[in-house]
Design a protein around this ligand. Structure first.
Ligand code: MG
Ligand code: ZN
Length: 226
């Protein structure tokens, strides 16, 4: 009789426990939090910059940036006006709850309204490692092609929100938007969908309004609980 132990399952269970602790910490400080995931080049950092610029007059923002080796993205978040923390994963292809927890202790959370986590650019595993954030968000982009939900189902299944970015490139790229949506809906019928372009600013108002409302609803429910 061979006893089999699923190593990956044990790792994910331990990660989920830590993610729960992160969520409790964020909730205790009234921080609303988003985990942004995408393949490299989908526009995570640009979207974060626009989000900071548009919301920094209303809320105090923090960005935690996961990167294989550089601090380029965190520098851009800081320049746009957010408290920015860099996590260099040392080649690791995703953030996990332990890494986030180490970054959280470096921020005065009581002063923060919105935390945006920029995950490592990778379309395979980040959504499997929950961080404890309130929403898991995937950014897809037109140049990546319309077949990505079919080829990377784990990522499309594992998120709450999908942002289809670089929508301004639609006239120039072969991208069947119905085929794309079909694939998404099959995997994740309840997903919330946004379309944006950071270049033309199309769709950004709707996206910003959604965050604005989410933060306010979160604060209201915290008040109701206490
Ligand atoms: Mg980036
Ligand atoms: Zn990974």
């Amino acid at each position: 009789m061979v006893k089999r132990i699923s190593v990956i399952e044990n790792i994910l269970n331990a990660n989920d426990r830590l993610a729960g602790e992160n969520r409790a910490l964020l909730d205790a400080s009234g921080v609303y939090s988003l985990n942004l995931m995408a393949s490299p080049g989908a526009g995570k950092t640009s979207l974060i910059e626009h989000t900071i610029t548009r919301l920094s007059a209303l809320f105090n923002l923090a960005v935690i940036d996961g990167d294989l080796a550089t601090s380029l993205d965190a520098d851009r978040a800081a320049a746009a006006g957010a408290v920015a923390i860099q996590i260099n994963t040392g080649g690791e292809c995703h953030l996990d709850a332990a890494m986030l927890s180490q970054a959280l202790v470096q921020i005065d959370l009581d002063t923060i309204d919105l935390l945006i986590v920029e995950n490592v650019g990778n379309l395979i595993c980040p959504s499997s490692f929950k961080l404890g954030t309130h929403k898991d968000i995937l950014i897809a982009s037109i140049p990546e092609g319309d077949d990505k939900p079919y080829k990377y189902p784990t990522m499309y299944r594992g998120v709450d929100v999908l942002i289809l970015n670089k929508i301004d490139l639609l006239p120039y790229v072969e991208f069947d938007i119905d085929y794309f949506h079909q694939g998404v809906k099959q995997l994740n019928p309840d997903i919330e969908l946004f379309t944006t372009s950071c270049r033309t600013q199309e769709g950004l108002d709707t996206w910003i309004e959604w965050i604005n409302t989410s933060i306010k609803l979160r604060k209201r429910s915290i008040l109701a609980e206490t």
